[in-house]
Design a protein around this ligand. Structure first.
Ligand SMILES: Cc1ncc(COP(=O)(O)O)c(C=O)c1O
Length: 405
């Protein structure tokens, strides 16, 4: 059973709370780092300085931008743990998936396998790609509590002779769990199937050996747990397939090789790429990434039990959730029955909670059951989750009762 010991909050060198290094509103309880991230003050400042430079000398800025992006790509690759020559910069994970869908020449009638834990928008892109080649998307059903072997078997069972591409999350969004991407990529390779791994949540939370996973393409956001300015993500590709990958915007980089061709994207504000290393360096120099990861694990353990026990006291039920392979900084707690029974209801609940209660929280729905998907970063404290228990647990319990009527 996970511990109910509150971890000691992180603080700055001068003793002030870690949250002072961010600009999040103190009037709102922020328990949803996982959706859109949060950018430390110092990186916001750096990006503002870069924007001012761009606006003071647009011609000079864009004339030298390619080499600056290439230098930022090298710094970003160092953080990601990949070779710069295998790493392209893209604005977000959705864009990285679109690069793959647009670049691959899928054979007529090709099938794309996704899982029922997949991120909706990325799955929609797969559906469009499949429609374009007269094929279809096949959805592998992976039980929420599946272990690695069961999840692997479920995904491979959905593959048939027409399967050309598997799109699988490294860490799932709605269910906050790991998928066995290395095992899936190995089996896919044996069958000549391309694997796209959606690692949107990984960077910052884990230091994964991405180039060794054996997948054809891996995409990950830096504007989530790595805290980079929004619009910063990577697409990592090591095999021959990368020569087929082109950025979403055809521009002057088109004749170049992968990944250099991604460095030039017409007239676009890419200050997020240039300022991203400021975010990683700030966290590395202030606390160190390993210490932050350990803190997030302890905080998520604490929060998960605290919230589940609080719901349990009101409902008499067990609200803890077995997700098979849980994640360090993101967890699921089952909501009282009646809430977030669909994706649309989960989003509506998120919007109501922020509008009526000043609490930013993520809710998700899987197989008709609603969940609170808690997530945290260095600026969060045990007190934040205690406040959630005081303010939101009784309210959500009441709203669930109203929804069941
Ligand atoms: C698994 C997964 N894939 C893709 C995305 C999309 O990320 P972005 O909006 O940065 O493109 C998300 C966002 O939460 C996600 O959780």
């Amino acid at each position: 059973m996970r511990s109910l010991t509150a971890p000691i909050a992180l603080s700055m060198d001068d003793g002030t709370a870690a949250a002072t290094a961010w600009t999040l509103s103190p009037h709102v309880l922020h328990l949803n780092h996982g959706s859109f991230g949060a950018v430390p003050r110092v990186a916001q400042h750096h990006q503002n300085v870069l924007r001012a430079q761009m606006d003071s000398d647009p011609v000079g800025w864009f004339a030298t931008l390619g080499s600056r992006v290439s230098a930022a790509r090298a710094d970003i690759s160092r953080f990601v743990g990949t070779a710069p020559g295998n790493t392209a910069l893209v604005p977000n994970a959705s864009g990285g998936a679109s690069v793959v869908y647009n670049s691959l020449a899928l054979p007529a009638g090709a099938e794309i396998v996704v899982s029922d834990h997949g991120y909706g928008a990325v799955t929609m892109g797969a559906e469009r790609a499949a429609r374009r080649c007269g094929g279809r998307v096949v959805t592998a059903r992976v039980p929420l509590d599946a272990d690695a072997a069961e999840a692997h078997a479920a995904v491979m069972a959905a593959c048939g002779p027409a399967t050309a591409l598997i799109v699988i999350d490294h860490i799932t969004s709605a269910t906050a769990r790991f998928m066995p991407v290395r095992e899936i990529a190995a089996s896919a390779r044996e069958r000549g199937i391309v694997t796209l791994v959606d690692g949107a949540h990984v960077l910052g939370l884990y230091q994964e050996p991405i180039e060794d996973l054996g997948c054809d393409v891996w995409i990950g956001n830096l504007h989530k747990f790595a805290c980079a300015p929004r619009g910063t993500a990577v697409l990592v590709a090591t095999g021959e397939l990368r020569d087929e990958l082109y950025p979403l915007i055809d521009s002057w980089g088109s004749p170049h090789r992968f990944p250099e061709r991604f460095d030039t994207q017409g007239t676009l504000d890419v200050t997020s790429y240039l300022a991203a290393p400021t975010s990683f360096d700030f966290i590395a120099e202030t606390w160190g990434w390993p210490a932050v990861r350990e803190y997030l694990t302890g905080l998520a353990d604490y929060a998960e039990r605290l919230v589940a026990d609080a719901f349990g006291e009101l409902t008499g039920e067990d609200h803890r959730v077995d997700v098979g392979r849980p994640v360090n900084g993101m967890r699921l707690v089952r909501l009282p029955t009646g809430l977030a029974r669909s994706h649309a209801e989960a989003d509506a609940l998120r919007d109501r909670v922020v509008r009526e209660c000043d609490v930013e929280a993520a809710f998700s729905s899987f197989a008709g059951i609603g969940y609170f998907r808690l997530s945290a970063h260095a600026y969060n404290t045990a007190r934040d989750f205690e406040a959630f228990v005081e303010r939101m647990v009784p309210t959500l319990h009441d709203w669930a009762r109203d929804a069941r009527r």
